[in-house]
Design a binder for this molecule. Sequence first.
Ligand SMILES: [Zn+2]
Ligand SMILES: [Zn+2]
Length: 123
Amino acid sequence: MEEKSLKSVYFHFRFKFLAVTSIAFLLYVILSGSGEFDQFSASIQFKLIGPFFVFAGISFLIFRRFPIKCPSCHALVATRKDWECAYCQKFQGKDRYLIDKCLHCRQVQATAACEHCKEEFLL
Ligand SMILES: [Zn+2]
Ligand SMILES: [Zn+2]
């Protein structure tokens, strides 16, 4: 397993990118805000918090649905299916997102297999 270098589809990267952007935005709002809450709540940064997190939430929903392109055969791989856990080798028994933890062992999947060419890749 170790010597086989798997190609990555940067699936988890989408969510890390979203989390980092959200934290950076919050820090920016807090650091650039004025000390007085009355002034702070009237600032443009404060007014942007709501729309920004609505946008981040929608992005999260789109990101987990957005299909992955298989790095081996370039076919689209569904992110919601009855996937097999790489840790306990059990199927989920129902359609679930690849970003979700395994129902049986609570592990987050690091790899997934393409349903077209059966090649494994990193998420
Ligand atoms: Zn494939
Ligand atoms: Zn499992």
